[in-house]
Design a protein around this ligand. Structure first.
Ligand code: GLC
Length: 557
């Protein structure tokens, strides 16, 4: 199986790749992404930015295959039939546990709670349905041919979006989607009521920037899996999508196409030094834009304008990410030799990064062959940490070029002990400690080194790395990771996260029976069994893009 797995031939309309052609061919000819010789944005003519805005659907409806038994609508690649699938004994247990986490509203299943941990004294908000946590549950249900719960969830959260949202006296944007919600059952009056949290109750009052993106991504997964276009095309879903996008596409003071965020705005939902332009949000933003593009109707001026804005943003965003967030051996060497204090368009070191700020660990960590999107880029600041979710979503959304996707997988293989160790997968690498930990986390006792968000290992990430492996044609890596998970997860009671440099210890404050650990395992297993499922959660490469066979010359050093 190769990177073409699950790709469909669509010829009916142009794609963003037509616009991207200029950039992409430059990048592909010079795979080292040597930013020295790239022209800066302002040098580029407007016409370059606006070619082919007509209809930039990257993904058309015409290839949905309705009712394919919950399958993703692709022909199952021949290779998957070779992997005859013996259900692992853990699978039955996982399904049973997943079903125990179901939440009902007026008799209908509407989501799964974050953890069904009866031993934990502190419930906090783990009894809520988190939007991000529900994604792997939703995928598991879709892959199993049970789409109703996903539809109910999408509609329920859409309804919550319509609420007036306030933190103290401050009103939040209309499009904001909740981080989580809860169903209150009143057994006496026999009523169900919903309560939602948009950040106004969350620890630290963090903003769930990722929720809206996941909602759009899930809407596409549902549509793709079921072939039911009516939900995505309904006026309420069209409006919901536009409201989410309005929050991110507005023009302002920004000088970058990336999305500026406060700390703790995503899966890492507490202070961890990810404020600015965190990779997780940028990758989800890119993916949500592409998913929205495939679902938005253009039957009125508003729809057309929205699509036009999306296309322009995608163009700028991919350029920015592929150039400035990308790090490989060559790029690291270039930054190491940067001059500083350069003014004007000719600047090579555009963000004025001081080479002395490059942390020592990254020189050893960087393999000769391989690369990744770094954690954050802003004036004089590059966060060189590796983050799993952002890099996997970059592969799935094709934010990374095919070469970059291969390089990300090469890095995971080359740094297996560091990134996977004994439990897939580290949320971030490396951990921050001592003085830096005090400053960056505000002395957070939950985020001590190699724990939780600070270099902890999260089983939920297994589904993402498995999907990335399948997309890049490396199912054997996924198999290795799944085997590691199978040796511990059930025995340990499906923990939320593991601690330690190798991920050997059940996390200090980890919940047991954490739903997304369970669902993530199931999704990983089902995708490996039938790789055609990948289509629900993956977007193909730009079709216009020239096939890349050449490898980065830095890999041959
Ligand atoms: C923690 C995680 C967050 C998750 C929540 C519920 O707060 O950091 O990503 O959504 O738990 O599981």
């Amino acid at each position: 199986m190769d990177g073409h797995m699950g790709m469909r031939k669509t010829s009916s309309h142009c794609s963003i790749s037509e616009m991207d052609d200029f950039d992409l061919s430059r990048l592909l000819d010079k795979p080292r992404l040597n930013i020295e010789r790239q022209r800066s944005f302002d040098e580029r003519s407007l016409s370059e930015l606006s070619i082919g805005l007509a209809r930039a659907g990257l993904d058309s409806y015409d290839t949905y295959s309705p009712g394919a038994g919950g399958r993703s609508g692709f022909n199952t690649p021949a290779s998957s039939t070779r992997n005859s699938f013996e259900p692992h004994p853990m699978v039955a247990d996982a399904w049973e546990s997943l079903r125990k986490s179901l939440v009902h509203f007026r008799g209908q299943p509407v989501g799964t709670i974050a953890a069904v941990d009866h031993q934990s004294e502190e419930v906090l908000n783990y009894d809520q349905v988190f939007v991000r946590d529900f994604v792997p549950s939703a995928l598991a249900f879709l892959m199993n041919g049970e789409p109703d719960i996903v539809k109910n969830f999408l509609l329920k959260t859409l309804h919550l979006q319509g609420w007036e949202k306030r933190v103290d006296r401050f009103k939040l944007g209309e499009g904001v989607m909740p981080a989580s919600f809860k169903v209150l059952h009143d057994p006496i009056r026999k009523t169900d009521t919903l309560i939602a949290d948009f950040g106004e109750s969350a620890i630290g009052r963090v903003a769930p920037v990722d929720s809206g993106f996941w909602w759009i991504i899930l809407l596409r997964a549902y549509t793709k899996s079921t072939g039911d276009l009516s939900l995505a095309e309904s006026p309420s879903c069209q409006k919901g999508m536009k409201l989410i996008l309005t929050l991110c596409l507005s023009e302002g003071f920004d000088t970058f196409p990336t999305l500026l965020c406060a700390d703790g705005c995503c899966m890492i939902d507490r202070r961890m030094g990810i404020y600015g332009y965190p990779i997780e949000i940028q990758a989800l933003f890119f993916m949500a834009l592409r998913c929205a593009l495939s679902m938005l109707k253009q039957d009125d001026a508003e729809g057309k304008e929205c699509v036009e804005r999306i296309v322009k943003r995608l163009h700028a965003l991919s350029y920015h990410m592929r150039n400035y967030f990308w790090l490989d051996f060559q790029q690291l060497n270039d930054i190491y030799r940067y001059k500083t204090e350069e003014y004007s368009h000719t600047a090579v070191n555009k963000f004025n990064v001081i080479p002395d700020s490059i942390p020592d660990w990254v020189f050893d960590f960087m393999p000769t062959r391989g690369g990744y999107f770094i954690g954050n880029v802003s004036p004089a600041r590059m966060d060189f940490r590796w983050f799993a979710l952002g890099n996997c979503v970059a592969i799935l959304s094709s934010l990374s070029t095919p070469e970059q996707s291969m390089a990300i997988m090469d890095l995971i293989e080359a740094r297996w002990d560091e990134l996977v160790g004994e439990m897939p997968l580290k949320i971030s690498y490396p951990a921050i400690e001592s003085h830096e930990w005090r400053i960056v986390t505000g002395c957070d006792p939950k985020n001590t080194r190699w724990s939780y968000h600070n270099g902890g290992s999260w089983p939920v990430l297994l589904w993402l790395v498995t999907a990335a492996c399948i997309k890049t044609g490396r199912p054997q890596i996924a198999r290795r990771a799944i085997e590691l998970a199978e040796s511990r997860l059930l025995k340990d009671g499906w923990p939320e996260y593991y601690d330690g440099k190798l991920g050997r210890y059940i996390g200090k404050q980890a919940r047991k029976y954490q739903t997304w650990s369970i669902a993530g395992y199931l999704v990983a297993k089902m995708m490996l069994e039938d790789p055609s499922h990948l289509g629900m959660i993956s977007l193909e490469e730009d079709k216009q893009m020239k096939p890349v066979i050449k490898r980065s010359s830095s890999w041959n050093c």
